[in-house]
Design a protein. Structure first.
Length: 145
């Protein structure tokens, strides 16, 4: 008799990464998306971030920046630094959302506080190059670098 195995969300995410990277299996973005989605819907922040990347890049799904923002936001709100960084980029570029530098700085700063070097660069860049809107933010965000 076969036993039914329960696969935890984090394991589903890792299986998704195996299909995404072709590690031990044939690379298959559609299957990776299926595993990421199963885990993301259970609240796994890493899977939510990975699913956001799939939608942002159009890998295994129809590209949708709006859907990418949805998944990045869910992961970012749980403290996932990579998702916070990517959400900062989405707001900075206006990809899937209305372009909003203030919100971009917010998400970049949260990622920067966790040691994300690229986010630290973007906070510095935005504080130094985007004019008077950031004068008030300068003390708050740039003092952290």
């Amino acid at each position: 008799m076969l036993k039914k195995f329960v696969i935890e969300s984090s394991v589903r995410n890792k299986i998704g990464l195996m299909f995404y990277n072709g590690q031990g299996v044939v690379k298959d973005y559609e299957t990776a998306v299926e595993f990421f989605k199963l885990s993301a819907e259970k609240g796994d922040a890493d899977a939510q971030h990975n699913l956001g990347l799939m939608y942002a890049k159009g890998q295994g799904v129809v590209q949708s920046y709006k859907t990418a923002v949805k998944w990045f936001t869910l992961a970012a709100e749980q403290g996932n630094a990579k998702a916070q960084h990517n959400l900062g980029w989405m707001y900075f570029m206006g990809a899937g959302v209305v372009q909003d530098n203030k919100t971009a700085v917010k998400w970049y700063t949260l990622a920067a506080d966790q040691g994300d070097a690229d986010a630290q660069y973007m906070v510095g860049y935005m504080c130094d190059n985007l004019g008077s809107l950031y004068y008030l933010l300068r003390r708050r965000c740039c003092a952290r670098l």
